[in-house]
Design a protein around this ligand. Structure first.
Ligand code: PXG
Length: 454
């Protein structure tokens, strides 16, 4: 499937001239060119030069069932032929959205029976800003508007999603965050924990939520939002004490708890939802990406009964929705993906077999001289790259060792992503032990090459 150098060059040139890429420095694209991915099969992607690359990031955390799944493709084709589009406004509905909504209610934690569909995680996060504010309005508490989020969170790229996120460099473009969103510290022990035991650190950071609620006044606080494990922020795995304390605080002050499960949903942590892994009981769950194996744009909000009852019984018209809310083709693929997850016991297999094997192999990288920490949970892993293991000192900022490793890794035939000076992976849930061996071998080779240059 490799293409001639001429064809590749022509594609890259058209790309450079016409395609404004998301989250990309276009001058760099112009200088370094792009990798043109043409095909995917199982857990591998192929580029125009015919190179076979293990997809250690599941696309962008979404292709959880691998590429080329006949069940998903057939479901899309069948639905395209039957009814490619109809809306779900104005008392209309259609079978794929109904079937997927019911299927999601079945796998959601207890107390979730309703779903609001969007096309992306970002739109789902914009939706919850309106939904939690609407919830408190319905309860006669219109002054409860503030949503508390965390630094280094990622909740999407729309104005609402980016405001909820906690990445100042990104927020500086477009004068964000919007009013009514405030941020507290993240549970990033390796970076911020110093000499503190992780348990003590988890409690301390969670305690910031309580202090912030008291500072703002509980009568103004509507909700807290967090990713069970921060993904784009660098696979930040909270200490065990963190989520129970956050839950206690949300319960004590009666504020809504929103779990953004765009990455942790649908088996990534070996449970249907990361909330179940951490035993938290959110009021709203954001999903997207792996809901339909990443084959088509689809996201949404699982709406817990506390909020759904208010919206449904007392709320009247909720003036919110998108042309493609519950798109029939995207939903049909979602229903098919749930079917695959059930039939093949994908989630149980992650929990019982593959995640423990991944943990054993991934953590073995901790002995490498560049690795300050090798952490993982479910099928998410991160390596902290350091110049000095004992002091956790980083490399000078001018040398992006993370970016060097990302590029080297692709040359070795493995997609890893870098976040600052860490490397992260989130392979498809269908990886075998042999794939994990390959992933860890290639990651080690990458580290060796980087160490040779360091
Ligand atoms: N919430 C979370 C937790 C996410 O990870 C979104 C919301 C937004 O979803 P949409 O579908 O609007 O993109 C995300 C998306 C990265 C990367 O570099 C991560 C995401 C998106 C793009 C890049 O890791 N996550």
């Amino acid at each position: 499937m490799s293409q001639s150098p001429d064809k590749l060059g022509a594609l890259q040139e058209l790309d450079r001239r016409h395609f404004l890429h998301p989250f990309s420095d276009h001058r760099q694209i112009g200088q370094r060119g792009t990798r043109v991915i043409t095909r995917g099969e199982g857990v591998y992607i192929y580029d125009t030069e015919g190179r076979k690359i293990l997809d250690g990031m599941s696309g962008l955390w979404c292709v959880s069932l691998g590429y080329g799944r006949a069940e998903l493709i057939d479901a899309a084709l069948h639905q395209l032929r039957t009814l490619p589009y109809y809306n779900s406004f104005f008392q209309c509905t259609h079978p794929p959205a109904i079937e997927l909504a019911a299927g999601l209610a079945e796998v959601a934690p207890p107390g979730f029976s309703r779903v609001f569909f969007t096309n992306s995680g970002s739109e789902a996060n914009d939706t919850i800003i309106r939904m939690v504010r609407r919830f408190w309005d319905i309860h006669g508490r219109p002054q409860k508007k503030i949503i508390i989020s965390r630094r280094n969170a990622y909740h999407g790229s729309t104005i609402g999603g980016m405001s909820l996120g906690g990445m100042p460099v990104q927020q500086a473009q477009g004068d964000l965050p919007i009013p009514g969103i405030v941020h507290i510290e993240q549970p990033y022990w390796f970076e911020l924990g110093g000499g503190m035991h992780p348990h003590e650190f988890g409690l301390k950071i969670a305690g910031e939520l309580e202090r912030k609620i008291l500072e703002l006044g509980v009568e103004r606080v509507a909700a807290f939002i967090g990713e069970p494990v921060q993904g784009a922020g660098g696979v930040i795995i909270p200490p065990d004490t963190y989520w129970p304390e956050i839950q206690r605080i949300c319960d004590e002050y009666g504020i809504l708890l929103v779990a953004d499960e765009v990455i942790t949903g649908f088996g990534r942590l070996g449970e249907w939802f990361g909330s179940q892994y951490y035993r938290i009981e959110p009021d709203l769950i954001i999903f997207a990406k792996a809901v339909n194996g990443g084959y088509l744009p689809l996201g949404g909000v699982l709406v817990g009964d506390r909020v759904a009852d208010a919206l449904v019984e007392e709320g009247g018209d909720f003036h919110h929705g998108f042309t493609h809310s519950g798109n029939p083709v995207a939903c049909a693929v979602g229903a098919a993906a749930l079917g695959v997850m059930h039939r093949e016991g994908i989630i149980e297999r992650v929990r019982e077999e593959i995640a423990p094997y991944f943990a054993e192999c991934w953590r073995s990288l901790a002995d490498h001289r560049l690795v300050g920490e090798a952490r993982c949970v479910g099928l998410m892993g991160a390596l902290e790259l350091v110049a000095d293991k004992a002091t956790r000192a980083r490399f000078p900022a001018a040398r992006s060792i993370g970016e060097f490793c990302r590029d080297t890794s692709i040359e070795q035939g493995l997609v890893m992503r870098h976040v600052r000076d860490s490397l992260i992976v989130a392979p498809p849930l269908v990886v075998t032990r042999a794939h994990i061996d390959e992933l860890v071998d290639k990651a080690r080779r990458t580290l060796d090459i980087a160490a040779g240059q360091a």
